[in-house]
Each structure stands twice: as structure tokens, then as C-alpha cells.
Design a protein around this ligand. Structure first.
Ligand code: CP
Length: 311
């Protein structure tokens, strides 16, 4: 398949190959394209990391970027996402990275035989965030050289988090013991399939990886926003200094960012030695280079097949 829409569409073998390829890119691997390749990044929702990181990955791979800004495009005149994608395909775009507020925006496009350009999901509503998931897995893999016997806690706004939805399932498939924490009212029952809900104070003492999630005020109802206070959330569910001191010595702290400082995590803990938040961003470029390369390889656009394609 030459789309990358949901991390859980991958077999564990395919996932391992992507992780290995990302590590090769970090060591300086380069690829040669058979012909000029064109990409467009369509971000209908705000982004700093995913957008700039895909741009960086594309530039490092020698891909030509078509500059398109949804807020000044004909989407504002009512053009559908499908017609926008087909328009860009018609002018010669090979690859599109799309972030969209609609959960599952990609299902109908994935089934549309007329769309031959490759689609990468840069985050769909509260659905999936597969490139974030890959960079998170790379960060964990680097740290522990695998996933066996790990306990990973995902804490925060689970209901609205596409990062949690992507990671909970793939971590469970990798054999990780997954724990969930945060406000009970934000715990989706469907997560029972992947792990166990636990009080934050208990969870923090058990985990090898503490994966914090941003509180997404933009996805809450007005009533929920009105009753939310940063101070109360931080005290009840956040990584306070006090909770930090109860973590295992070798445990690491992750957060997809942007971080609400002093809400999910005390501001002074964002850059402590155990924090991998900026390392995650660095890994994001290599993870995205691997994703794009696997797609271009499937489309026959790479001169020499990377080693991973033959295994
Ligand atoms: N982690 C993440 O997706 O960040 P952005 O929203 O800035 O892309």
C-alpha cells in the first residue's frame, strides 16, 4: 500500500523495518530518486512539529514541495477535500501529507480508485496520528532496545487524543503492558482492550515510560472548558515535582507537544535529563523520512531499493 494512514495497518515486521530505516537515516543514509518527486502538505489544523518535520524530511530526501495553504486555498470557497486532492494529483503531486479536523477523513479517499497520489495522515481529529506514533516508538526503541517487558503509562486527555489512540493499540500489539491515567471521565472504555486504567499516583511508580498528553481545550465542550482549571488538573493528574520523585530511576518522560506547561507537566520538568520531549521532535524527522521512503519505494520511485525492502 502506498498510503500511510494508521500505524496499526502495519504488521510488526513492517514496523520494525521502518524503525530500522529511520535509524539508518539518522546515521546519514541517503536515497536517490528515479525522477523528480513532488509533495504537498495540507494542514487544515494548526501544527508546528508535524508540518515542519515533514517539510524537513521531504527536503532531506530531495523532494520538491508545492506550497499550499488551506486557509487561502479554494477550500474556503467550498471545494471538498477529495476535489482538492484530485486537483493536486492532476497537476503532478505524487504525495500529500494531510492534517484534518475530521476524524477518519481518509477512509473515502483511500477507497477512491481515481486517487493514485499517496496520502499520509498527519493527524485526523481524535482519530490517529501515525507519524507521531512511529517517532514515539523510535524514541522508546532507542532507549530500551526493544519493547519487551516494558510498562508504559499514557496519561491525560485520552478521549480526544489521536496520539493515545494510535499508541495504545500498537504498544499493546508489541507486548507492552499499557496503563492509562487521567480524569476518569476522559477514559474511553474501548481502551480496556489495550490496557488498564489506574490512579496517576500508582501508575507513575510503575512505568518505564510516562507518556503525557496535552489537554485539548479546543476539542472540549464550552461547559467542560468553563469547569476546567489548569491548577486543579496539574494537582490531580499532572507530573508534579512530587510525583516526579516517585518515578523509577531509568524511566523516561515523553509528551507529543505542544506542552501546556504547569498543566500536564511542571514547567521545570520539561527539560530534565529523563525528559525526551525534544528528542522525540528530533526523531520525528527520521521517522518521517522512513515513512516517505517506504511509500516512494512502493511506487517504484527509488533508484536503489533500500535494504529493508528485500527482507
Ligand atoms: N505533536 C504534534 O503533532 O505537534 P503539532 O500539532 O505541532 O504538529
Amino acid at each position: 500500500n502506498s498510503n500511510f494512514l494508521n500505524i496499526n495497518d502495519l504488521s510488526l515486521n513492517q514496523l520494525q523495518l521502518l524503525l530500522d530505516l529511520a535509524r539508518e537515516f539518522r546515521k546519514g543514509k541517503q536515497i536517490q530518486l528515479k525522477r523528480p518527486v513532488f509533495s504537498a502538505n495540507l494542514f487544515f489544523e494548526n501544527s508546528t512539529r508535524t508540518h515542519s518535520s515533514f517539510q524537513m524530511a521531504e527536503k532531506k530526501l530531495g523532494i520538491n514541495l508545492i506550497d499550499i495553504n488551506p486557509t487561502t486555498s479554494s477550500v474556503q470557497k467550498g471545494e471538498t477535500l477529495s476535489d482538492t486532492v484530485k486537483t493536486l494529483q492532476a497537476i503532478g503531486v505524487d504525495l500529500m501529507v494531510i492534517r484534518h479536523h475530521e476524524t477518519g477523513w481518509y477512509h473515502s479517499l483511500n477507497n477512491d480508485k481515481k486517487i493514485t497520489a499517496s496520502l499520509i495522515n498527519g493527524g485526523d481529529g481524535s482519530g490517529q496520528h501515525p507519524s507521531q506514533s512511529l517517532l514515539d516508538l523510535l524514541t522508546i526503541y532507542d532507549e530500551f532496545n526493544g519493547f519487551a517487558n516494558l510498562t508504559i503509562g499514557i496519561v491525560g486527555d485520552l478521549a480526544h487524543s489521536r496520539v493515545a489512540r494510535s499508541n495504545a493499540e500498537i504498544l499493546h500489539r508489541l507486548g507492552v503492558r499499557v496503563l492509562f491515567g487521567g480524569p476518569q471521565k476522559w477514559y474511553p472504555k474501548e481502551f480496556d482492550a489495550y490496557g488498564e486504567f489506574m490512579a496517576v499516583d500508582d501508575l507513575i511508580k510503575e512505568v518505564d515510560v510516562l507518556m503525557l498528553l496535552r489537554v485539548q481545550l479546543e476539542r472540549l465542550t464550552h461547559e467542560a472548558v468553563d469547569s476546567f482549571t489548569a491548577q486543579n488538573y496539574h494537582t490531580e493528574f499532572g507530573l508534579t515535582l512530587q510525583r516526579y520523585h516517585t518515578m523509577k530511576k531509568r524511566a523516561i518522560i515523553m509528551h507529543p507537544a505542544p506542552v501546556n506547561r504547569d498543566v500536564e507537566i511542571a514547567s521545570e520538568l520539561v527539560e530534565v535529563p529523563q525528559a525526551r520531549i525534544f528528542k522525540q521532535m528530533e526523531n520525528g524527522v527520521y521517522a518521517r523520512m522512513a515513512i516517505i521512503t517506504s511509500i516512494l519505494d512502493a511506487k517504484g520511485l527509488i533508484k536503489e531499493l533500500p535494504v529493508y525492502a528485500n527482507t
